[in-house]
Design a protein around this ligand. Sequence first.
Ligand code: FUC
Length: 840
Amino acid sequence: MFFLLSLCACFENDNPLRMWYSLPATKMSLRSKDQPRNPTANYNNNIWQQNSIPIGNGHIGANVFGEIKSEALTFNEISLWEGGPSPKRPNYNGGNLVSKGQNGTVFRKIQQLFADGKDSEASSTCDTLVGDSAGYGSYIEMSDISIEFDLTEKSATNYVRYLDLDQGIHYVQYEYEGATLTREYFASNPDDVIVIRVNSSTGTIPKFVISLSTKTSSQTSITTESNAATSSIKMNGKLNDNDMLFTQKITVVLKDGTATLNDGKITISDSSDATIYTSATTDYKDVHPHYRTGEDAASVESRVDTVISKAVKKGYSSVRSDHIKDYTKLFGRVSLNLNNKPSTLPTNEQLAKYKAGKGQADQDRDLEVLLFQFGRYLQIGSSRENGKLPANLQGLWNDLVSGVPWSSDYHLNINLQMNYWPTYITNLAECAIPLINYVEGLRIPGRITAAIYAGVQSNKTHPENGFMAHTQNTPFGWTCPGWAFSWGWSPAAVPWILQNVFDYYLYTKDEDMLRNTIYPMMKEEAIFYDQIMVYNKVFDRLVSSPTYSPEQGPRTAGNAYEQELIWQHYHNTIKAAQILNVDKDLITKWNSTIDQLKPIEIGDSGQIKEWYQETYLGSIGSKGHRHMSHLLGLYPGDLISTDNKEWMDAALVSLLDRGDVTTGWGMGQRINAWSRTGDGNHAHTLIKNLFKNGIYNNLWDLHPPFQIDGNFGATSGMAEMLLQSNQGYINILPSLPDVWDQGEFDGLVARGNIVVGVTWANKAATKVRLEPRFNGDIIVQCGAISKCQLTDKDGKAVSYSVLGIDKIVFSGVAGQKYTATIPENRRIRYRLPAFAQDHH
Ligand code: FUC
């Protein structure tokens, strides 16, 4: 290790958006306590999750180990799943079991038992509300790509590997026998290929062998073929579990030298420059009930052939430049500068210093900016507008084919929601399209679940009468409750994910999308809740029943988790109906329903009660539980805000009680929640804790094991510290920590589709930039903004009305660029809220 480290001293990092390492993945140290969750997984799985570098285009992805001699890539296609419909499971029905749900009879019986005060019988009857585990399946890795170089590893010098987040390109470089060997890796969305380019500065890459293998349980053939210009390896397979068809192809194009095919492998000799393209697909399609395109193997294969031959014809440099154009169009929309400098230390070493509290300030800030932007990189890599499925628990990156943590599925009791928290605010709205399509795809199977478990039938008279899904979901319409009530039952998961869906409209103002796609789903779900809620006389409110707060506590008739999410759902649905000017009668009804929900109740310790029978803190539930389900009204919801002191004070009691150290995503959630309180220092404590306890060398979030939600939670949390817009106005620097006393961002988005940039110094905003994409009033809250000079893009003064010392309103014109300049002698520094002074 020392040998390599000492020799890479010549690499000078000049890019603040670069993650870089002086060692290949297998040579870097590991967090020993974070062994993979899967007991059968080997040591490589741990190297993979901690030290390899992900690339992805929303559809296919790979992890690069960056080895000197034995290069390895794990390869994924987002739809390669076991489970679901299969000739082996002719009765597959999304896990729903009529024998358990009994068409709503059990559900109604439990409601009645709770209403009669027979809580313990109600609670034990809940155990009947379960589904089948057969056909659940798992997301699995498609293949491993190996590139074996004929060289003496020890003789390689000046090794470095780095990922440039601003380009979406990963590089591996070292010197060998007087030549600089460079490899470049990227995943192109427009050409749907992963490209690996291998180059030698002096003209001879050591001989290397490319091979492809799969660990899937499948009938698979791996063959090679060549013509005058290219050599290829092709893998055609059919999964044993569900007959899913898949094809992957690797094609090599050489500038010079020779390619020899042998035993399913390609050997490259005497070449100075080789480009390797790979792509893959399956016959998956998100359409109930078959979830297949209906193609035969030849057709699946020919789609991949076409993709590869187009890319080969187009050639490396055009594929590369189109990738950069496509990627930077999204990534380049947001810049963040926290007075950070390009890290002089490799990212893993910088991370170690940060964790030990020994990092230099400008380097620590660089790591924070990297984590922020890495979340955006991962989102672009795992969820694109043309994608088949949304980002799963690991985005789309997975190296296992069995024992995959939580099947790398779609968890809807926080994880999938968190995956899409940063999407809109960090200017990546189109990346949410696969999520919206996925939720749309839950409607048909979800109606079956609603009928079986809640007795709510969709039929000719009421065709869209309500859909139900729970904690765990797959790409095969698996909408039943889990096979244990205690983690599986969670109907409020649907209203919750619909918040992410409605946010698409709030941030884009795309009214067609609201009318045609978003509102119909929201309306259907509101109609579902209209039918299933019951009045509870003990708690004197309309409740969802039975309920279970993720993933702890008693089964009850109503709890804060469901009541808050349902409140938000009606609130959003009414708003959507008003915008579209439809369903007046329903609006009236929903308004009266909302009044009867009373989601927030304050307990004896001054806390937000998670359960309505809770008295003082700790009387129910487990101390410091990772889920903060009773605080969803604070973030991502709108129920609790700084505009309501009583509830905010109670939320603070609950937040402090839950504590600051937990699983990765739990800290991600806490960054967002604290940012909504206005306490920037506390939000920053959570960022520090996340780095300390929840981030691997490759900056992936760990649960453990690797789980991508915490990355997305961190990105959105940092954005929320700088900009909020959920209280009817644009809130500038709402939660600025002391260590971010100076900085600048551009390109974040506020609700109403207004692009925002801010420059600040000494914790006071100096300039606020606003670019509305629609005409309309813009309300801005920012220290001393009432003293600003407001100008348009031509520098002309724009008039505004003062709503308060820190609040103005003006009428914005689409396409304009406004700048509010706050005079130096008027600036007001961000202050911690009063409560924060007490508890720090
Ligand atoms: C939720 C969490 C677990 C885990 C799982 C994937 O159910 O409670 O901690 O993150 O999702």
